[in-house]
Design a protein around this ligand. Structure first.
Ligand SMILES: Cc1cc2nc3c(=O)[nH]c(=O)nc-3n(C[C@H](O)[C@H](O)[C@H](O)COP(=O)(O)OP(=O)(O)OC[C@H]3O[C@@H](n4cnc5c(N)ncnc54)[C@H](O)[C@@H]3O)c2cc1C
Length: 552
């Protein structure tokens, strides 16, 4: 397979040569570097690359070009290679245009000229962008192949699991010639999908998530049976705890039931996380945090769900879904929240077959030229609307209230207003869904008049209120009436310590009603539902773990 392409565009021949030279010097052995001197010429080059079936990893365009500006070029290039990373080269005077481009063309980065020395100003940016591109399905080369049916919920689950765990794969429909060939070779039929084939040729029919994790090289079995710290949940709070725990010398294991990143991993662009003025995708942030945790020596277990917590002497025992256990001195519960199920007749039948909870980024390319419906008025729904508007012909955002001002950040509302393809439908609820083998129709209702209408669509993405899934902690520690875990001073009702509290001190700030067990992030009662606060609480929990261990 040919090396993926990095394309640079600049009308100034001197600058153009210099950019291409610097890029070639560092990436030339793994990427094919192409150079164009205008937007139209670069678009022709991209079309040729497309026809040859090759991939484009990165586009680097100068902004001020006579025939077509860099932003105009990037916008047109998105139609040909939507997953390619986009960088704008600008002079200082053009930074406003660059900032504007962040919204218009979902710009990944803008670089100010001159970019010398490249080791400081160019390569770190390009390294990060190529890393992020390398985990998109477009980048897959010697990859896992998944053969499935477009409207099969198990096929969707496999793809979603691989995508969220940042495992590159190639998706083949079961009636594609190549899909049929793979099914034949594995002795399987269309009725058996999903079929997963590794680069080594090992084939698995309808694998479980644990089998899939093992197949993709993710760790599923703990290396020890006793740890200083077990972190449950691999979202920002859990990853924060794992990074700080491991870097501060604690034997740390993080257990995640699905994919590291949690809710944040589903975000197409987090704009308000400190230190990322151009925003950062959830996948990118997760990938970096995960690598950072591993670098410090944390163990990350995937596709393992913790279903029980108990005390045995000074140790905390954690039971997995398969009945096996690990023990630890301390625990951080960072299990976050999950979307509530939208309870409308007919919808449950189509989960994974047109009805999706969360962004389901794997589905976006299939929505091309179609109408997409999104339910929810919070930032997560707004981000999804922006993301899907790059693919769908129209995105309908359904909200119960009169407008978005009470539930969504101003910057996102502004962004939505600028995109013609997005329509916000106030006072609208989904009250039903119907179809044959997949969702084909929705019934919408005006919440003021009760009037119902039917719309044709195969795509519904749901982002409604979130709830903690903490039933497994019932009777073990104190939760509030919605299931969020109560910690620290909030446990001291009327100045009294919680029932069963055995120590002569009050619970520490993030400590639960079980000494040595802490809670961080969205699962904690009264927490702020933000990436930054989750990471902060994850870090803070580790400092309290130290305090707890020192007193033992
Ligand atoms: C689409 C979207 C966009 C968002 N955008 C932004 C944004 O731009 N800015 C911002 O600040 N915030 C944003 N948020 C909110 C932010 O992502 C959350 O506040 C943050 O992820 C909370 O982190 P957490 O670690 O507490 O929980 P989560 O991210 O919910 O992670 C919890 C993890 O625990 C795992 N888990 C749960 N139970 C178990 C168990 N029993 N065993 C093992 N693992 C378990 C889950 O699988 C999950 O991976 C967004 C949320 C969504 C959904």
């Amino acid at each position: 397979m040919a090396n993926p392409v990095i394309l640079t565009v600049d009308d100034d021949p001197v600058v153009s040569r210099a950019v291409a030279r610097d890029i070639r010097r560092r990436y030339g052995d793994r990427y094919r570097v192409l150079r164009a001197s205008s937007g139209p010429e670069a678009l022709d080059a991209l079309r040729e690359v497309k026809l040859r079936g090759e991939q484009v990893a990165l586009l680097l365009a100068d902004h001020r070009m006579p025939e077509m500006t860099g932003v105009e070029f990037l916008e047109a290039a998105m139609d040909i290679f939507p997953a390619a990373r986009r960088v704008l080269l600008t002079a200082y005077a053009d930074t406003d245009a660059a900032i504007e481009a962040i919204n218009v063309v979902d710009l990944d980065h803008y670089l100010l000229k001159p970019w010398h020395p490249p080791e400081e100003k160019l390569y770190p940016v390009v390294d990060g962008l190529l890393e992020a591109w390398a985990v998109t399905p477009d980048a897959a080369s010697a990859e896992i192949r998944v053969v499935g049916h477009r409207w099969s919920a198990p096929s969707f689950k496999v793809r979603d699991f691989l995508a969220r765990n940042l495992v590159p794969y190639r998706w083949l429909l079961s009636d594609d010639p190549e899909g049929v060939r793979l099914l034949d070779a594995a002795g399987a039929t269309e009725a058996d999908v999903p079929l997963v084939v590794t680069p080594e040729g090992k084939a698995l029919v309808a694998p479980s998530e644990a089998e899939l994790a093992a197949l993709a090289g993710l760790t599923v079995v703990p290396a020890c049976d006793f740890y200083d710290l077990v972190v449950i949940g691999g979202g920002p709070a859990g990853l924060g705890s794992a990074v700080y725990g491991a870097s501060e010398g604690l034997r740390t294991v993080l257990v995640e039931r699905r994919a590291t990143g949690g809710q944040a991993g589903q975000s197409s662009r987090i704009e308000n996380y400190l230190g990322f003025p151009d925003g950062v995708s959830g996948a990118q942030l997760t990938d970096r945090a995960r690598r950072q945790a591993v670098k410090f020596g944390a163990e990350l277990l995937s596709a393992r769900e913790v279903v029980g917590l108990s005390e045995a002497g000074g140790a905390r025992l954690l039971r997995f879904g398969d009945g096996t256990e690990i023990a630890a001195h301390t625990v951080v519960l960072a299990t976050g929240v999950s979307y509530r199920v939208l309870d409308a007749p007919g919808l449950a039948d189509f989960t994974g077959r047109g009805v999706f909870y969360g962004a389901a980024a794997t589905e976006a390319p299939s929505c091309v030229e179609q109408d997409v419906y999104i339910v929810g008025g919070a930032n997560s729904a707004g981000q999804a609307a922006v993301h899907f508007s790059r693919y769908a012909s129209r995105v309908h955002l359904l909200i119960r209230g009169a407008d978005l001002t009470a539930s969504m950040s101003r910057y996102l509302i502004d962004q939505l207003e600028r995109i013609d393809r997005i329509t916000v439908h106030p006072h609208t609820a989904v009250v039903g869904g119907a179809g044959e083998d997949h969702l084909e129709r929705l019934t919408l209702c005006d919440t003021r008049t009760g009037e119902a209408r039917s719309v044709d669509t195969s795509w519904l993405f749901i982002f409604i209120g979130a709830e903690p899934r903490t039933d497994w902690l019932d009777g073990v520690l104190v939760r509030d009436d919605r299931g969020f875990i109560v910690t620290g001073p909030d446990l001291l009702a009327g100045g009294r310590r919680p029932a069963g509290w055995s120590l002569s001190r009050d619970p520490y700030h993030l400590e639960t009603s079980v000494p040595g067990v802490f809670a961080a992030g969205d699962v904690r009662a009264e927490s702020v539902k933000r990436v930054a606060s989750a990471v902060g609480e994850g870090a803070m929990a580790v400092s309290l773990v130290h305090r707890y261990l020192e007193a033992q």
